[in-house]
Design a protein around this ligand. Structure first.
Ligand SMILES: [Fe+2]
Length: 270
């Protein structure tokens, strides 16, 4: 999501032809991130993410333009990637999703933020998000979140954002192999973080809960620490089932229930 307060990073502006220019150091950072991440995602991410990555065939030595990705993505699921300033509000964010346009912050992180950047950067947006936007159920779910979100009043936005956070951004999913299944990372925030991907896939210090809409809607999260709780989807079909629910009623119910107590790890990190 592209909605966090940015102090350090400035949006990169496109030129008259719509091209965003990056310097050599910025391309180098992309290249280093790509090299750090490519074997890790092959080892840990869900198969459908890897399939999407292969379809998009992202460049490894330079930052791609959003228009290059859009050209391929549009032919597959109708999605496009739209460069936006580092800061956009929920209204614009949900409206873009509703129109199958993925808002992409255009700057790239510095080396100091190599492992994880709170403010989503172009590596997170492209490498993290776009491979699964080739998947029909992720594509439809993301659009459904946008359609609901743009019709919500502002006081409900953060409630819906938790559903997006615990699926698209930091979700885990069961990968079924014949008679067995493994729990594997699916979320974009994991695919684009060298440290949190391994943590989410292998750490025994984190909690992995079965996905439950009401539980998710009432679970607080922080953007600046590794997640102490992940939710595990049964399958990509479950995303379709979630999108078909009356999510507005779920949000209203969640508001009556109130947020759960923050996990101990959230409190300790304060
Ligand atoms: Fe994101």
């Amino acid at each position: 999501m592209s909605r966090y307060t940015s102090n350090q990073y400035q949006a990169k502006q496109a030129d008259a032809q719509g091209v965003i220019h990056y310097n050599d150091i910025e391309h180098e950072i992309w290249s280093e991130l790509y090299q750090a991440q490519i074997s890790l995602v092959h080892r840990h991410m869900v198969n459908e993410y890897i399939e999407g990555l292969a379809i998009l065939d992202l460049p490894n030595h330079r930052i791609p333009q959003c228009s290059e990705i859009s050209e391929k993505l549009h032919n597959i699921t109708g999605w496009q990637v739209e460069p936006v300033p580092a800061l956009i509000g929920y209204d614009r964010f949900f409206d873009l999703l509703a129109n199958r346009r993925f808002p992409a912050a255009s700057f790239i992180r510095t080396r100091e933020d190599f492992a994880y950047v709170k403010e989503p950067d172009i590596f997170h947006e492209i490498f993290g998000h776009t491979p699964l936007l080739t998947h029909p159920q992720v594509a439809a779910f993301s659009q459904a979140i946008g359609e609901l979100g743009r019709n919500l009043t502002a006081d409900n936005h953060a409630w819906l954002a938790r559903l997006y956070w615990f699926t698209i951004e930091f979700g885990l999913i069961k990968q079924h192999n014949n008679d067995t299944s493994d729990v594997v990372p699916m979320g974009s925030g994991l695919a684009s973080s060298p440290t949190e991907l391994i943590y989410a896939a292998t750490s025994e210090a984190t909690e992995r809960r079965p996905f439950d809409v009401m539980d998710v809607l009432t679970t607080p999260y922080r953007i600046d620490i590794k997640q102490p709780i992940y939710y595990v989807l049964e399958s990509f079909e479950q995303l379709s089932a979630i999108a078909e629910r009356n999510l507005l009623a779920d949000i209203l119910q969640a508001r009556k229930m109130g947020l759960q107590e923050p996990h101990q790890a959230l409190a300790m990190a304060s």
